[in-house]
Design a binder for this molecule. Structure first.
Ligand code: BT5
Length: 328
């Protein structure tokens, strides 16, 4: 993807961190007029970039805002291939829907869609994901694993492990995973994952891995219906955080864990997942396809399904559903 004029201006200014760069040099590099450079600088300022301008000397970048734009994120990424192409939006219906369309048109593995807000952020089963502007992370990654569809649930577990690892590395806090796709701090949800696949009977064409992580949102800004069950890293750490640094850690963990999954299969992912979830022996109520089952969690099986032991001693295998822990 060709970088935008704004990205090019920022790149040039960053290459000269302590000096001014004249409008003439910038306009020459970008093959645009000096007036259009000035107009772009004004719009960058409106986004929160502090750019000093001197009639005689030109422009100097003083401070960048915490945006998740390619020009902010790409220079700090530590990944080998993930996130090398970033499709960035201030607002979008859903990053997952956008990534799905991109993948249908041939989008490559590792391409990422990021939005500062979502109008129709999606959870599972048509549920809504609360996605306010410029405060959290809404990210979807195109993956093209060569696996049969029955292994695709392991991608959700892999992403949950990567997210839990990233949160711990970034914050020092210890999250837990609630089967299949919730990341909790304390008992509150800090992140959710939405995995969507496109496949034929025998093989997956692509997986869209959607991740929503609450980062800088204040607890009181959550809608009333989720206020008691949702949290953010800012709330738990007691201070605002750099969203782009969190993204840097998250994408690195995701790339590493995905490569482990491709090389070694599900075993290492499942081992790490069990460590974060501590599910064995927990009393749970699971709602799956309209049916409610109560029992004790035994484990997850090699394909990521939840194994429950019900009151009459029967073992049940649950492939999809919502879990509530019985805290009695
Ligand atoms: C999920 O669904 O947890 C998956 C969420 C995935 C969101 C990402 S954002 C980027 C990408 N693009 C998308 O459109 N989606 C993905 P589920 O397990 O169904 O949980 C949904 C439920 O979580 C809702 O019904 C609420 O109860 C609660 N919820 C909604 N917004 C929340 C938020 N921001 N933080 C915590 N809980 C929330």
């Amino acid at each position: 993807m060709k970088p935008s004029t704004d990205e090019e201006i920022l790149r040039l200014l960053r290459e000269h961190p302590s000096t001014f760069l004249s409008g003439e040099v910038i306009s020459h590099h970008l093959k645009v007029t000096r007036t259009s450079v000035w107009k772009r600088v004004r719009s960058l300022r409106a986004l929160g970039y502090e750019i000093e301008a001197s009639r005689r000397l030109g422009y100097r970048l003083v401070r960048s805002p915490d945006l998740l734009s390619p020009s902010e994120v790409k220079p700090i990424l530590k990944t080998k291939w993930m996130g090398k192409t970033i499709h960035y939006f201030h607002t979008i219906d859903s990053t997952n829907s956008e990534a799905y369309q991109l993948a249908l048109r041939g989008g490559r593995e590792g391409e990422v869609v990021i939005a500062e807000s979502q109008r129709k952020g999606r959870g599972r089963l048509g549920r809504h994901w609360f996605s306010p502007s410029f405060s959290n992370l809404y990210l979807s990654v195109i993956l093209r694993p060569k696996i049969p569809p029955y292994q695709a649930s392991l991608i959700t577990l892999m992403a949950a492990v990567a997210t839990a690892d990233a949160i711990e590395k970034f914050s020092g806090l210890h999250p837990t995973i609630k089967w299949p796709n919730d990341i909790l701090l304390g008992n509150c949800k800090v992140a959710g994952l939405l995995n969507e696949i496109h496949s034929e009977m025998d093989r997956v064409h692509f997986v869209i891995l959607g991740m929503g992580v609450n980062l800088n949102i204040d607890g009181k800004m959550f809608p009333r219906e989720i206020r008691a069950v949702a949290t953010s890293l800012k709330k738990e750490m007691g201070k605002p955080i750099s969203r782009k640094l969190f993204l840097q850690v998250l994408l690195k963990e995701l790339e590493d864990w995905y490569e482990v999954f491709l090389k070694e299969g599900g075993a290492s992912v499942l081992k790490a997942w069990r460590g974060w979830a501590q599910i064995e022996g927990k009393k749970v109520k699971v709602t799956s396809f309209g049916e409610t089952v109560v029992g004790k969690a035994v484990d997850v099986d090699p394909y990521g399904a939840l194994i429950l032991k019900t009151g009459d001693g029967e073992q049940k295998r649950i492939v999809a559903g919502d879990v509530e822990y019985d805290r009695k």
